[in-house]
Design a protein around this ligand. Structure first.
Ligand code: ADP
Ligand code: MG
Length: 246
């Protein structure tokens, strides 16, 4: 098995706040890992550490064979990792002055020097895949939240990432749009994409995750197959959290 993400003894502080504590975490190729936990427990920081968006103070983070070191690390590794990791945020973060298709073509053209015709064809294929081929020439503000988030997913996929990180991708959506975004993520998982997903959608976690990780105050206190974690949580913190959200 190839390990796409390998974190070992990783600690992260914001000033005096010890946000992540001795994180040991591996994600295998093709695995879908869902991260759950209360607000402020460190979920976003954890996945941001997996693509170098946050520095950390001690330990090791290895992604796709590139090693990030504490504090700054190595710029070459950072650049390599950013090329191979796609990220989707709660707020879609699309470029408002670019059309949907231009949003998707931008990174392949700038970062990978993909020829325009190739980037264009890829964008059209990806928009069809996320079900919004007909919206290609619109601006993001003319799309619904669910459509914008599907564009954000297509934009990440355009870089042909080996790992996709999702940070509460449906939390900013009206309820009726959550399903269409989860459907796209479910398809990606089925096709074998390696994914780390922070979500409060426990139904999705149960159905799609290979492994669920529960974080409490910056520590992984429990992890396992979704049915085990949801039906028989062993840690009392996990039990308390699940009794609040399920
Ligand atoms: P979660 O995603 O689980 O809600 P976060 O990873 O966003 O949690 O935050 C974990 C802790 O770190 C929280 O106490 C939060 O207030 C703090 N924190 C997050 N980002 C910053 C930052 N940039 N500067 C200082 N503290 C931060
Ligand atoms: Mg968060």
């Amino acid at each position: 098995m190839t390990q796409i993400v390998k974190m070992k003894g990783m600690n992260k502080y914001f000033g005096k706040l010890h946000v992540l504590r001795d994180i040991d975490l591996t994600v295998e190729q093709g695995e879908v890992v869902v991260v759950i936990g209360a607000s402020g427990s460190g979920k976003s920081t954890l996945i941001r550490c997996a693509n170098g968006l946050e520095e950390f103070e001690s330990g090791r983070v290895e992604v796709h064979g590139h090693t990030l070191s504490p504090k700054g690390g190595n710029q070459q590794a950072l650049t390599a990792i950013r090329k191979e990791v796609g990220m989707v945020f709660q707020q879609f973060n699309l470029f408002p002055h670019l059309t949907v298709k231009q949003n998707i073509m931008l990174a392949p053209k700038k970062v990978k020097n993909t020829p325009k015709t190739v980037a264009n064809a890829t964008a059209e294929r990806l928009l069809d895949r996320v079900g919004i081929g007909s919206q290609a020439d619109k601006y993001p503000s003319h799309l619904s939240g669910g459509q914008q988030q599907r564009v954000a997913i297509a934009r990440a996929l355009a870089m042909e990432p080996g790992l996709m990180l999702f940070d509460e991708p449906t939390s900013a959506l009206d309820p009726e749009m959550i399903g269409e975004v989860l459907d796209v993520m479910r398809e990606l998982a089925k096709e074998g994409m390696t994914m780390m997903v922070v979500t409060h959608e426990m139904g999705f976690a149960r159905e799609v995750a290979d492994r669920v990780i529960y974080i409490h105050e910056g520590q992984i206190v429990e992890q396992g197959k979704p049915d085990d974690v949801f039906d028989n949580p062993r840690n009392e913190r996990t039990q308390a959290f699940l009794s609040r959200v399920l």
